[in-house]
Design a protein around this ligand. Structure first.
Ligand SMILES: NC(=O)c1ccc[n+]([C@@H]2O[C@H](COP(=O)([O-])OP(=O)(O)OC[C@H]3O[C@@H](n4cnc5c(N)ncnc54)[C@H](OP(=O)(O)O)[C@@H]3O)[C@@H](O)[C@H]2O)c1
Length: 306
């Protein structure tokens, strides 16, 4: 079968023939229909994540996968050949950008009706991280105000929809056509971060979702009410600044969790949310998809159709 493979940090990932994986007793073999990219793929390739996710080379790439069950490793499996499934693979194992992927049974989730493979493939990392940050860590509730940075990005586009559906007042940052996209997704107010200082436009927010880090994170402390919460998914927050502003700060590091993914998929399906797809590429054009993800300009998710 064919897979995108990386042979060393910093090298260009490429498409090549690899051995067909065989499921062990707790695995399922999935015929991949779609996979999505994340900034994590660029960071893994560059070697930035070596401290958390050390790769052994040659390494198959890709974490977010959607497809059809081809074969189960055990006759007792609760999965059936032909099931439509989605999963997040361990970053150290990879294997989503391939014709077939080996998935641990407990990481598989059924794709609800009404969600197609490209949409499903976009959810495991981005949607589940947005959910974890907003509800499990920040405890966002109806009536609260949340500032979501990069509202047109992979995580931000899901976060806006989740927060809006939960009855929160949503403020988002975006630029260019991202402004209209963020509005359409449910943001009540969108700040063009290139034209205006978001820190002057927002005050007394209950929650900030920081998807940018650096200066954006530093300035975000000032838009919170006392006791508010800054949740960052990019870099550990500055505790001294948090104390100085009288707010809480937390770093969310998303871990694959089939249960959470199942909850998130059901929420998206039942509320009729539409995952934002930036672009779709073939496996042969993976290099273009990888460059598009690395640009940092995506509107929603970049999909690979196998
Ligand atoms: N901790 C975790 O577990 C975890 C999980 C998922 C993601 N992450 C990290 O979170 C970050 C975001 O991920 P993602 O998938 O959402 O990325 P993404 O889809 O690549 O984000 C792209 C979006 O960011 C916007 N953007 C760039 N700079 C901006 C700024 N200064 N202010 C506002 N918007 C800006 C771009 O809009 P413009 O083109 O208009 O600038 C674009 O729409 C990445 O660093 C990723 O690695 C961490």
């Amino acid at each position: 079968m064919r897979s995108i493979v990386l042979t060393a940090y910093g090298e260009a990932p490429y498409l090549t023939e690899v051995a067909m994986p065989e499921p062990g007793t707790t695995d399922v073999l999935v015929r991949v229909v779609a996979a999505s990219l994340n900034p994590l793929d660029n960071k893994l390739q560059a070697g930035y994540m070596d401290g958390f996710f050390p790769l052994t080379f040659p390494s198959k790439m890709g974490t977010d996968v959607a497809g059809i069950v081809e074969k189960t490793g055990s006759l007792m499996s609760r999965w059936r050949v032909g099931d439509r499934v989605v999963a997040r693979l361990a970053p150290t194992a990879g294997g989503a950008f391939a014709e077939f992927a080996l998935v641990p049974e407990d990481q598989l989730v059924l794709i609800p009706e009404g969600i197609d493979f490209d949409q499903a493939a976009g959810m495991p990392t981005a949607a589940a991280t947005a959910w974890q940050a907003l509800f499990e860590t920040a405890g966002l509730t109806a009536g609260q105000t949340v500032l979501i940075h990069a509202g047109a990005g992979g995580v931000g586009s899901f976060a806006i929809q989740f927060a809006h559906a939960a009855g929160a007042r949503v403020v988002a940052t975006a630029s260019g056509d991202g402004i209209e996209i963020a509005r359409r997704l449910g943001a009540d107010q969108v700040i063009d971060y290139r034209a205006a200082d978001f820190a002057s436009a927002v005050s007394d927010a209950d929650v900030v979702l920081d998807t940018i880090g650096g200066d954006t994170q530093q300035k975000s402390f000032g838009v919170l009410r006392r006791g508010g919460k800054l949740i960052t998914i990019v870099s550990p927050p500055d505790e001294t600044l948090a104390k100085a502003h009288g707010v809480e700060a937390a770093f969310v590091f998303h871990a694959s969790d089939g249960k959470r993914l199942s909850t998130v998929m059901k929420e998206i399906a039942s509320k009729g949310m539409s995952p934002l797809i930036d672009s779709t590429f073939s496996l042969e054009a993976f290099g273009e998809a990888f460059a598009r993800q690395a640009s940092g300009r995506a509107r929603g998710k970049i999909s690979i159709r196998i």
